[in-house]
Design a protein around this ligand. Structure first.
Ligand SMILES: NC(=O)c1ccc[n+]([C@@H]2O[C@H](COP(=O)([O-])OP(=O)(O)OC[C@H]3O[C@@H](n4cnc5c(N)ncnc54)[C@H](O)[C@@H]3O)[C@@H](O)[C@H]2O)c1
Length: 346
């Protein structure tokens, strides 16, 4: 297949690009190269004849029309987005522009391209979204594909709006879409402003490891390479117009996640004192959702997919990757806002 992947220089998008090329797909990576992008993430496939790169913004309709017409993709996998909740609290405008207006512009470009080709039913527009659109759970319960939307942050509200647009383009125009909502990803090439790399890199630097509030918030952690595998499966086997929740079957409290990372570092890179002694509780994020948890029944029962690693196995691989790839993360630490506490204005 020829895949047009948006956001392929980001964390999850680059994992999809690498896996798709490894599986013999042609990939066109479309990315605006914002602060969150890093072309080194796809360096391993950059010279492949299966790979090409287009620097473009998903809000730029003329650029999108040219790219569709030049590359003639069989499918779109849409991952480009502003993705950091804390940044969305400080500056929601770019989240509205990229996640809502950008998705609208991409949908319209895809629709025009699809209609001009005679509306092939095997075309796919795969929209990648988050479980944060469902809001927050209490101590029990799981998000299913029919859970009512109840987003709480500017980020999740903008992603919820984009999900609604994609559904509407299917219902109204018949565009063949599939949708996925996944839980928190972690793994190699995770930008150093997100929780897991922050813990690893602060620990290695001997700096305080910040934990928001008491660290009681629960997330379901999904290893990014498992996620990429699930996305390619949904793209090829998912039913048109259907959405699938993707989870890691790995619920953990933030404080337990941080303790686990510290224990792995104690083994792999022992220091004078246990790394957990650096854990520092800081002011909580405004509107911090208490618990996210995915019911993975649909993707498991209909498509036969399950995650391949436990949280402990995935974290061990992730910590080892950061220890081996210091050049990659050092270069990103000087980018705007990285290392600063964001999202406390509210
Ligand atoms: N990271 C997670 O845990 C997680 C969880 C659930 C869902 N998601 C979703 O998965 C997708 C990818 O997330 P990620 O963590 O890889 O994000 P990321 O921030 O690492 O990467 C986003 C990429 O999109 C590009 N981009 C941003 N605005 C753009 C624009 N206007 N035009 C073109 N490109 C643009 C950036 O340059 C970057 O390369 C997002 O849609 C996100 O909402 C992420």
């Amino acid at each position: 297949m020829k895949l047009l992947i948006t956001g392929g220089a980001g964390f999850i998008g680059s994992a999809v690009v690498r896996l798709a090329v490894a599986r013999g797909h042609h990939v066109v990576n479309l990315d605006a190269l914002t602060y969150a992008a890093c072309l080194d993430n796809v360096a391993s496939v950059a010279d492949s004849p299966l790979y090409s790169f287009e620097q473009a913004d998903i809000r730029d309709r003329a650029a999108l029309d040219r790219i569709f017409s030049e590359h003639q993709p069989d499918a779109v996998m849409h991952l480009a987005a502003e993705s950091h909740v804390d940044r969305s609290i400080d500056g929601p405008g770019t989240f509205i522009d990229t996640n809502i207006t950008g998705t609208y512009t991409l949908l319209e470009a895809a629709r025009a391209y699809w209609q001009a080709r005679g509306k092939p039913q095997d075309f796919r527009f795969h929209h990648i979204s988050t479980d944060e659109v469902f809001g927050s759970l209490g101590p029990t319960g799981l998000f299913t594909e029919t859970t009512a939307y109840d987003p709480h942050s500017p980020y999740s509200a903008s992603k919820a709006a984009s999900d609604h647009l994609v559904r509407a383009w299917h219902e109204t125009y018949g565009l063949p879409v599939v949708m996925t909502n996944c839980s928190n990803n972690y793994g190699p090439y995770h930008f150093p402003e997100k929780l897991v790399p922050v813990v690893i890199l602060n620990a290695l630097a001997g700096q305080p490891i910040p934990v928001y509030g008491q660290g009681e918030n629960i997330r379901d952690w999904l290893y990014v390479e498992d996620h990429a595998d699930a996305l390619l499966l949904v793209l090829q086997e998912g039913a048109t117009g259907r959405s699938y929740n993707i989870g890691g079957e790995n619920e953990a409290r933030n404080i337990d996640l941080v303790q686990t990372i510290c224990a792995i570092l104690d083994r792999l890179r022992p220091a004078d004192a246990p790394y957990a002694s650096l854990i520092t509780h800081v002011a909580d994020r405004p509107g911090h959702d208490a618990r996210y948890a995915i019911d993975p029944a649909r993707i498991r029962d209909e498509l036969g997919w399950r995650p391949s690693v436990t949280l402990e196995q995935g974290l061990e691989r992730t910590v080892a990757w950061y220890l081996d790839n210091e050049d990659w993360w050092r270069a990103l630490q000087s980018r705007d806002g990285v290392g600063a506490r964001l999202g406390v204005k509210a």
